[in-house]
Design a protein around this ligand. Structure first.
Ligand code: SAM
Length: 240
């Protein structure tokens, strides 16, 4: 009989943020595939789980997927975990999930911590509708398009960002989006967890050299900001 592919969420900081179902799944599967096996070993040692590990990351996912799915077809149950949080969300997994479904392999999500939802829970913003952009593209053309979309998007906007790129991203946001409310959530679930609720320009002025994990939540466009955007567009046309 075929095995199954389990997509298992792990903590984003606090090691207690893992569900009983996730722990049981990791104990029961035959093999665990992990982004960085050395990193995941810390969690698995903490949970006293010893399993064969296969490294599976952005640079080898296409090459390893076939071998992993063959193992599932031979009867092995396999769990995919990422370095932190929910696999597949800005982490490896989308490819293997699609391929597994093509091969009629059951894919079972085991939910848990995810930085997006964790940040939204305490940000104090509109949570009825939100758009998650992941990391803004590094390709300038695509990035500018994304920023233009963000400018007129009425949903709450959620962005992942690396600490060393935060100032750049905030400046891009200020240029395209103008001065909106923003929440920077850093070190979620960790001892020094902090929510900085501010405006984009204030945040740029006051932000220090951040070296920790962070996520940005930006207020969606409103009628007022739409009018300001139109004004900005008119001004830039006049400059041309
Ligand atoms: N799949 C993960 C999840 O479920 O959140 C996200 C993986 S993505 C490669 C990593 C990004 O998630 C970081 O750059 C940061 O933006 C965000 N992130 C992850 N853990 C975080 C934390 N503890 N506090 C704030 N942001 C975090």
């Amino acid at each position: 009989m075929k095995g199954k592919l389990y997509i298992v969420a792990t903590p984003i900081g606090n090691l207690d943020d893992i569900t009983l179902r996730a722990i049981n799944t990791l104990k029961q599967v035959d093999i665990i595939i992990a982004e960085d096996t050395r990193h995941s070993l810390k969690l698995l040692n903490h949970l006293e789980i010893t399993k064969p590990l296969i490294s599976y990351h952005r640079h080898n996912e296409e090459e390893k997927t076939d071998m992993i799915l063959n193992k599932i077809e031979e009867g092995n149950n396999i769990a995919l975990i990422s370095d932190a949080g929910t696999p597949v969300i800005s982490d490896p997994g989308e490819f293997i999930v699609k391929e597994a479904l093509e091969r009629n392999i059951d894919v079972v999500p085991i939910p848990g911590a995810c930085a997006i939802i964790t940040a939204l829970m305490a940000a104090g913003v509109n949570t009825r509708s939100f758009t998650f952009y992941g990391f803004l593209s590094l390709n300038k053309k695509i990035r500018n398009k994304e920023l233009e979309q963000i400018r007129s998007n009425r949903n709450t906007i959620i962005l992942y960002e690396a600490p060393h790129k935060i100032i750049n991203t905030l400046k891009d946001l200020e240029n395209y989006v103008g001065d909106r409310k923003i929440v920077l959530a850093r070190e979620l679930t960790k001892i020094h967890e902090e929510f900085i609720r501010s405006n984009i320009d204030e945040l740029i002025e006051n932000i220090n050299n951040i070296k920790v994990e962070l996520i940005l939540i930006i207020e969606g466009a409103t009628e007022k900001t739409e009018e300001e955007n139109n004004y900005r567009t008119r001004l830039s046309i006049m400059k041309i």
